[in-house]
Design a protein around this ligand. Structure first.
Ligand SMILES: NC(=O)c1ccc[n+]([C@@H]2O[C@H](COP(=O)([O-])OP(=O)(O)OC[C@H]3O[C@@H](n4cnc5c(N)ncnc54)[C@H](OP(=O)(O)O)[C@@H]3O)[C@@H](O)[C@H]2O)c1
Length: 199
C-alpha cells in the first residue's frame, strides 16, 4: 500500500506526524510546489516526503484534507479514480448549497467517481490528532464510515498501524451520521476523544 496526504495544513501535518511516529512512508502535497512543503515535511520526519500533486496522486490511498470547497479541484486532477481509496477527513464548512440533505462524504464521493471512499480522521481537532494515539495502554479511537463495505477494512488496518483504535460506524447516513459536521451542526461523536484498551 502507498499513501499520500493531499492538503498539508493543520490536519495534513497532524496525520504526517502519525505516519512519522510509526516510520510509515507517506507523500504530502498541496497546490504549492514540493520545494515549498519540503522543509516542513523533513521537520516532521524522514518518512514524510513532499511531492507534486500529480506525483502524490499515484499512491493507492489518498488522504484528502483540503478545505471542503476544494475537493472537486483535487478530483479533477486525475482522469479516473478507479482502484484508488480516498480517505475523506473533511467537514462541510462552509456548507455548499448543493449539499442538500446528503452526508458530506456522499457528496464528496460523487466527485471521486469509482474511488473507494471512507470517511475518517475528521472528528478531532488537529492538535489531538497529531498527539501520540497511545496513552496508558489505550488507543485513541478513530471512526470509519463508508457506503462501500469492502473499503473500510484496509483503512482500519492503516489506522491500527498508526496506533489508533478504528471503530466501524457503517454507512454514511446511518452510523456515519454521528460524525457528520455541517457548518456548526455536529454529530454526537464530533470532538469525542475516546480511548479503547484493547485493539
Ligand atoms: N483543523 C481542524 O482541527 C480540523 C478538524 C477536523 C477536520 N478538519 C477538516 O480537514 C480539512 C483540512 O483542514 P485544515 O484545518 O487542515 O485546513 P488548512 O490548515 O487550511 O489546510 C488546507 C490545506 O489544503 C491545501 N489545499 C487547498 N486547496 C487545495 C487544492 N485544490 N489542492 C491541493 N491542496 C489544496 C492547502 O495548501 P495550499 O494552499 O498550498 O494548496 C493546505 O495545505 C478541512 O476540510 C476541515 O474541515 C479540520
Amino acid at each position: 500500500m502507498s499513501y499520500a496526504i493531499v492538503g498539508f495544513g493543520k490536519i495534513g501535518q497532524a496525520l504526517a506526524h502519525t505516519f512519522a511516529r510509526r516510520n510509515i512512508d507517506v507523500t504530502v502535497a498541496s497546490r504549492r510546489p514540493p520545494e515549498a512543503l519540503a522543509p516542513q515535511a523533513r521537520a516532521i520526519g524522514p518518512t514524510v516526503v513532499a511531492e507534486s500533486l500529480r506525483e502524490a496522486l499515484e499512491a493507492d490511498t489518498i488522504i484528502l484534507t483540503v478545505p471542503f470547497g476544494e475537493h472537486r479541484e483535487v478530483a479533477k486532477a486525475l482522469p479516473s479514480w478507479e482502484g484508488k481509496t480516498v480517505i475523506d477527513t473533511m467537514n462541510a464548512f462552509p456548507v455548499p448549497e448543493e449539499l442538500d440533505d446528503l452526508p458530506s462524504s456522499a457528496f464528496v464521493a460523487k466527485a471521486f467517481t469509482s474511488a473507494k471512499l471512507v470517511k475518517a480522521f475528521n472528528h478531532l481537532i488537529a492538535a489531538t490528532l497529531a498527539a501520540d494515539p497511545i496513552v496508558e495502554g489505550g488507543h485513541r479511537v478513530v471512526f470509519l464510515s463508508s457506503d462501500d463495505e469492502d473499503a473500510i477494512a484496509p483503512v482500519a488496518v492503516l489506522a491500527k498501524q498508526l496506533g489508533f483504535a478504528p471503530v466501524n460506524l457503517g454507512k454514511l447516513n446511518e452510523g456515519g451520521a454521528l460524525v457528520q459536521a455541517r457548518g456548526r451542526t455536529w454529530g454526537k461523536l464530533i470532538f469525542e476523544d475516546l480511548f479503547k484498551k484493547e485493539q
